[in-house]
Design a binder for this molecule. Structure first.
Ligand SMILES: [Zn+2]
Length: 82
């Protein structure tokens, strides 16, 4: 039996499937939070918080963040998928 909390489990999962990053880049400062980039089934990059929730839901700059991502999907240091 594991004694890990759900948040610890999510953190471990994200370390396996995600790529660490920070909200924001040199072109447009984000909120600076540490996030995980996860690639969805559709191939888009989604930023998650360490507890597994979408960073879009908690980022104070989420609106601008989304618009920016639509315009330029590789912004914010999202990892490349080879
Ligand atoms: Zn943010």
């Amino acid at each position: 039996m594991s004694l890990l909390t759900s948040e610890e489990k999510m953190s471990r999962l994200l370390q396996v499937i995600g790529n660490p990053g920070v909200c924001g880049n040199e072109r447009r400062p984000g909120c600076g939070a540490g996030i995980w980039w996860v690639t969805t089934k559709t191939g888009s990059h989604t930023p998650l918080n360490s507890d597994g929730t979408s960073h879009f839901a908690t980022c104070p700059n989420a609106r601008e963040f989304k618009l920016q991502q639509q315009k330029k999907r590789m912004a914010y240091g999202a990892p490349r998928t080879e």
